[in-house]
Design a binder for this molecule. Sequence first.
Ligand SMILES: NC(=O)c1ccc[n+]([C@@H]2O[C@H](COP(=O)([O-])OP(=O)(O)OC[C@H]3O[C@@H](n4cnc5c(N)ncnc54)[C@H](O)[C@@H]3O)[C@@H](O)[C@H]2O)c1
Ligand SMILES: [Zn+2]
Length: 379
Amino acid sequence: MERFYIKPEIYFTSSALEYLTTIESERALVITDPFMVQSGFIDKLTQVLASSVSEYEVFSNIKPDPPVEVVAEGVLKMLHLNPEIVIAFGGGSTIDAAKSIIALAQQLRGEGIKPKLIAIPTTSGTGSEVTSFSVITVGDKKVPMIDDNLIPDVAILDPRFVTTAPPIITADTGIDALTHAIEAYVSTGASDYTDALAEKAVRLIFDYLLTAYKDGSNIVAREKMHNASCIAGMAFTNAYLGINHSMAHALGGGFHISHGRANAILLPYVIRYNANLESDIETETAKRYAELARILHLPASSVSEGVHSLIYAVEILLKETKTPLTISELNISPEEYHQKLESMCDNALMDKCTGTNPRIPTKDDIRNIYLNAYGTHSK
Ligand SMILES: NC(=O)c1ccc[n+]([C@@H]2O[C@H](COP(=O)([O-])OP(=O)(O)OC[C@H]3O[C@@H](n4cnc5c(N)ncnc54)[C@H](O)[C@@H]3O)[C@@H](O)[C@H]2O)c1
Ligand SMILES: [Zn+2]
């Protein structure tokens, strides 16, 4: 039995924040990160909120790749305030943290109605506002949790909140969204429903990411990228992901590389591995990548040409956004890399995203991809 599930109500465009004027609530907890407070964005939010809730508190301690310790702090806040509404206002780290905070507080309380989660993303990348995923960091391990109960109730996609994202964050998060769409498209969990979403997301990202990267104030490009990231999220929360994410989780956890950047560097190598053009038969996955190339109007007169065109297009996007093409460019020495290589391979193999990768990897496969992605000095 196959399933496609859509949950959150989605409000979008620059007037989306008006949704908050329609809620009526006694107590709300706003979960956010320090940047949203320093930038004054939080005031824009609380001004609107003040008209619709009697009491609210702001918890602004979220850090990127949210550590479990910060989640625990948030749980205490939740138990103390007992809010009816939680607003997660920030990037994927904030939204993921809010999901886990609500789930844990609910378990500890053991009773009562689950608060409504309103997610307001300020990056265009993770799609966390519509997904059943929450990625929490324990030590140097990133642990993805997947549960329908984690999906927010409402997503507010107001592109004005992304205009301050600097080019490096725009690039990393945008390529994260691209990775979501591409992985969902070739996942063993892909369906006609998720394909439609993934195809649209890929097209939007190739059409608008560079503009958003070069001119962060371009509201049209920001809105399109916000939609693309959300649409890719809807695709992968149903189709799931693959080893690009498993390996990025292990790499990012091991070396503190941002989630988007870790995914971006690995993407061409993972496409090459999954397509398996060296195989005697043309793989179904290679055909899927070639289909994406055709959708992007890239040269794809044969499956092999399509796969190469897609990889080339991704590499051009990485170069134009000044994203490194190898891990060695991140100032990680070969010694450090080799020291963590085996544990990264083990973590990637055990990661929940590996189960839906179109090609079942061995540990040697994962190791080879990591070595190739490191660059020439690794061998
Ligand atoms: N739940 C999911 O479905 C899902 C999917 C992919 C990734 N993730 C997780 O999400 C996290 C990454 O989230 P992210 O890439 O959105 O980054 P992030 O939330 O970690 O934020 C990165 C940095 O960008 C800053 N920032 C956020 N919005 C900004 C803005 N508008 N202007 C200026 N600075 C801004 C933040 O303050 C932070 O310093 C990782 O932990 C990753 O594993 C979750
Ligand atoms: Zn991702």
